[in-house]
Design a protein around this ligand. Structure first.
Ligand code: URA
Length: 435
């Protein structure tokens, strides 16, 4: 490889990097042969000058190959993975995984923990007493073969280049770069080994990508990478202008997911879940979206999706009695409501703020090492466009620590705007990107 400083200079000047250079850069950085300060400068240059589709695909594949790539060939059928770019109250994996699996789509899902204002699927599942997300690879594959679905934690050897690069990005203000986000997400998806990928690209004030056009650009880049990597990939834009459903916080969200699997979830959550599940089933079975959606809805109506979720919980060591009797989940001892200061329509919800408030109450972590409180969080009582009387409850806060309650209330109170006239509610489902 040329001197790395010259490559930084090239990228800074907007030149293309060769495939060989990119592969060497990722391999050398993963091995610790490129110092952090030089890699940080390269990432900053990429932030400013971008990567073309060839460079982006090569970088993503090199990041995928920096660790172990799952070989799911021993599991029969077309495996479909799903990824969300994150949001508040986003419990879709808990619902659409079992729906798709009960329709015959094998789901071998590796998920992450939450950090910052969005919760992680692994934390949500671990709020079910006994649930394990650290299965060995052999047990993970066996669970998918037997039940049709397993949701396991991301292993250390899954795209380690991404882990190292992400740590630098976090410390050098280079997280918000479309090619860097696209390569980060897709390197992990490709290493997870499924045949098809459905991407839920969230947008709005509670999403990573606040701006719709930026989210669309990210969706297009990720679909392009998937296509070049030989995977059928589809991205759907969904709104995060308010939390998804009413529950935010780990076991609160599991309870709402159980309601949804019984067909009784909040309307917005059911709509997003049926849309995403239908795309997964459509890709996996090569049938139309409408046929796939009908199958998804029937799996919920017949109870098959709920049975699959229950079987998954049992297989992963969880205590199924909580799934059958969700009222037995532990409930936070300390609760309080925030109420409307005036009558009117809910005109705006600071969704990220709601996520941060739930984190303050103990539902999230600000550092990787932090513990989370499985019962902490927020149940909303009003969502966008709904009418509220002065003094009526907007939301209930749950926490196990008295000291966290006032800061949580203080933060959440500022998240709601109430107006005299109803405002326009943004569309929940946006563009669908395929190649
Ligand atoms: N999620 C990821 O996995 N990577 C990013 O860069 C941003 C969000």
């Amino acid at each position: 490889m040329e001197r790395f400083v010259d490559l930084i200079q090239d990228k800074k000047n907007g030149k293309e990097l060769s495939d060989e250079t990119i592969r060497e850069m990722i391999a050398s950085f993963t091995k610790g042969e490129i110092p952090d300060y030089q890699m940080s400068a390269m990432l900053m240059a990429i932030c400013f000058t971008g990567l073309n589709d060839r460079e982006l695909t090569t970088m993503t594949l090199a990041m995928r190959d920096s660790g172990k790539v799952n070989d799911l060939s021993a599991i029969r059928g077309i495996k479909v993975d799903k990824h969300s770019t994150g949001g508040v109250g986003d419990k879709t994996t808990l619902i659409i995984g079992p729906i798709a699996a009960s329709c015959g789509i094998p789901i071998a899902k590796m998920s992450g923990r939450g950090l910052g204002f969005t919760g992680g699927t692994i934390d949500k599942l671990e709020s079910i007493p006994g649930f394990h997300t650290d299965l060995s690879t052999a047990d993970f594959y066996d669970a998918v073969k037997e039940i049709g679905i397993c949701v396991n934690g991301q292993t250390e050897d899954l795209a380690p280049a991404d882990k190292k690069i992400y740590a630098l990005r976090d410390a050098t203000a280079t997280v918000e770069s479309i090619p860097l986000i696209a390569s980060s997400v897709m390197s992990k998806k490709l290493a997870s080994g499924s045949d098809c990928i459905v991407l839920d690209v969230t947008t709005g004030n509670g999403a990573f990508m606040k701006d719709y056009d930026q989210a669309l650009a990210l969706a297009k880049k990720m679909v392009t990478i998937g296509h070049h990597a030989g995977k059928k990939t589809i991205a759907i834009l969904t709104s995060m202008e308010e939390p998804l459903g009413y529950a935010i916080g780990n076991n609160l969200e599991v309870k709402e997911a159980i309601q949804a699997l019984h067909g009784q979830g909040p309307e917005d959550l059911m709509t997003v879940c049926y849309t995403l599940a239908a795309h997964m089933i459509s890709l996996g079975k090569d049938i139309s979206f409408e046929e796939a959606k009908a199958e998804a809805m029937e799996s919920v109506r017949s109870g098959k999706a709920f049975e699959t979720f229950t079987a998954m919980v049992q297989k992963q060591g969880g205590d199924v009695s909580y799934i059958l009797h969700p009222e037995s989940f532990p409930v936070s001892p300390i609760q309080a409501d925030i109420t409307a200061s005036r009558s009117g329509y809910v005109a705006h919800i600071d969704t990220e703020g709601v996520g941060i408030a739930a984190g303050i109450l103990g539902a999230g972590r600000s550092k990787k090492e932090d513990d989370i409180d499985p019962c902490a969080g927020i149940i909303l009582h009003k969502k966008l466009g709904q009418y509220v009387q002065q003094g009526e409850s907007l939301a209930t806060l749950y926490t196990s620590k008295e000291t966290l309650l006032s800061p949580g209330i203080h933060h959440l109170e500022r998240c709601f705007e109430i107006s005299e006239t109803p405002s326009k509610i943004p569309a929940l489902i946006g563009d669908c990107i395929t190649i």
